[in-house]
Design a protein around this ligand. Structure first.
Ligand code: S3P
Length: 181
């Protein structure tokens, strides 16, 4: 584990892909804190995500999300982002300038079973969750791909296996980075 000391990963991916829960375990393994962007935004705004969407619209939420990303990037922590972080070019540029960014790639079919109609997630609160997630995946997969240093295709990997795979990716990456310097 010593080899990956000082590494501050950012997790990206569709809602429900495990960014917060795997992020928490990853932070523990790396002996870092976890900064969850959604929690940060909620604390700053003093209101829930559905209330922010209702009060300020999605654009208002995205403004807060960019400000939050700027505030937390570079801190000694694992960062769990919100699923829509890649929607703004400004955020993508910030992510591309940071390493490592890890995409938790999870199929909409799997996610729909986990987060069906979650009322805390305004973008899927109404309508058919699976078709909404498929639509979001169509738009966002290419964007996640351009921002990610690594893609973790979760498939049927559980959280423990995902964590182990991430730690291995980070260790290989750190070795390669050290070898190049
Ligand atoms: C969003 C994902 C949510 C939250 C907001 C918007 C999105 O975060 O930021 O509801 O656009 O996909 P999670 O990915 O943590 O659910």
């Amino acid at each position: 584990m010593g080899r990956i000391k000082g590494v501050t990963p950012v997790l990206i991916g569709l809602m429900g892909s495990g960014k917060s829960s795997i992020g928490r375990q990853l932070a523990r393994a790396l002996k870092l804190g976890l900064l969850d962007l959604d929690d940060y935004i909620v604390a700053q705004a003093g209101m829930s995500i559905p209330d922010i969407f209702a009060d300020r619209g999605e654009d208002g939420f995205r403004d807060m999300e960019t400000a939050a990303l700027r505030a937390v990037l570079g801190q000694r922590a694992v960062i769990a982002s919100g699923g829509g972080i890649v929607m703004r070019a400004e955020n993508r540029a910030l992510l591309k300038a940071h390493s490592p960014v890890i995409w938790l790639k999870t199929a909409p079919e799997f996610l729909a079973r986990r987060i069906n109609g979650d009322s805390n997630r305004p973008l899927i609160a109404a309508g058919d969750t699976l078709s909404r997630l498929q639509q979001l995946a169509g738009i966002r997969y290419p964007l996640y791909e351009t921002c990610a240093d690594f893609t973790l295709p979760r498939g049927d990997m559980n959280k423990k296996e995902s964590l182990a795979a991430i730690l291995e990716l980070l260790s290989d990456w750190k070795n390669e980075t050290c070898a190049r310097v």
